[in-house]
Design a protein around this ligand. Sequence first.
Ligand code: KG4
Ligand code: ZN
Length: 380
Amino acid sequence: MASSLKSDLILGIESSCDETAAAVLRGPKQILSNVIASQVPIHRRWGGVVPELASRQHILSIDTVVNDALRQSGAGLDELGGIAVTYGPGLVGSLLVGISVAKAIALVKGLPLAAVNHIEGHIQSIFIEPDEVPLPMMALVVSGGHTSLYLVEAQGRYRALAHTRDDAAGEAYDKVAKLLGLGYPGGPVIDRLARSGDPKAVEFSRPRMTDRTLDFSFSGLKTAVLRWVQAHPEALAGEPAGGPVAGFEPRMASLPGTTGRPPSGDVGEPASPAGETSQQVLDLLASFQETLVSYLVDHTVKAARLHSARSLGMAGGVACNTLLRERMRDAGSTLGLPVFFPTPILTTDNAAMIASVGWHHLQRGQTAGLALNSDPAARL
Ligand code: KG4
Ligand code: ZN
């Protein structure tokens, strides 16, 4: 591939939340290595990501992760053409770890540095594997921190059409799982357990926006689950150890900034198997998931029609969800549009997507200086 860079090898670094990740790509699509150190076991006992613990763990992991990514790719630092790093949105202390390491390597090796928006990274992950994607694409970015719709007009050209007004969809999954003592992260557990439940058993009303926007809201659904649990204490009577909690924000906060609960042994770990969960709870989970997924898909379809999209895409942790993938495929066939989503390892947080965006930035001569700082609330 023709390139203005010394080489097409880009090192990507991602540390915006609770995954320390590094990857080496040749150009925007060829992944030579993709290393991810997950912090889930550290945060699981708190039922959510503890920012202070996350940044400390990034500091401990980052050298190994970057070295592993380089070693697995077979490339040395001297062969790189550039470095890409996530500058936001995310947790400030976590972002700063990746940024510091990226800047240090860029300075020492005299390499150009690309500052990459994490959301742009998620959108780019949709484009890494397929040969060709018809544009414009209606892209749903749905994760633990974000639920947004973007019209992708070209690489690097996005129109933000909708965001969540409160919780993100993944956050709703995580909070419902916490409420039911099912462990963290909640999405994969609910995905699995909901298969044994009746999605029509509990009727949840859909959030409605009075101003006709395509924006999302998930806090009402989360509260409806809480109300149901309060009204059906018998459903949780047989829950496994670490079981139900009384509310969403339990009394705690010995660690600043956490939204989780205090450690009380192996809370929810391993996550409750279907056999130990009452049928009533399985039905509740299936109904919750049905409401959430159909809501996400309906908004995506509406937006796609409105903006004459030629394809549908989705990325971010919740895009791993089995029902969401199935329903989005169905929506695509109804609309006559192809649907794209990355393999799971590229769907959740990773550095390959960051390196891929970085390559495009550097091709366009879009570089960041060594004064680069984090922007925890960065928008795309
Ligand atoms: O993209 P990601 O790894 O990190 C963020 O940028 O937030 O997404 C993590 C989120 C968590 O909330 C997790 O519960 C959710 O993605 N998640 C899922 C599934 N796998 C992960 N939600 C629903 N179904 C899944 N299979
Ligand atoms: Zn993410």
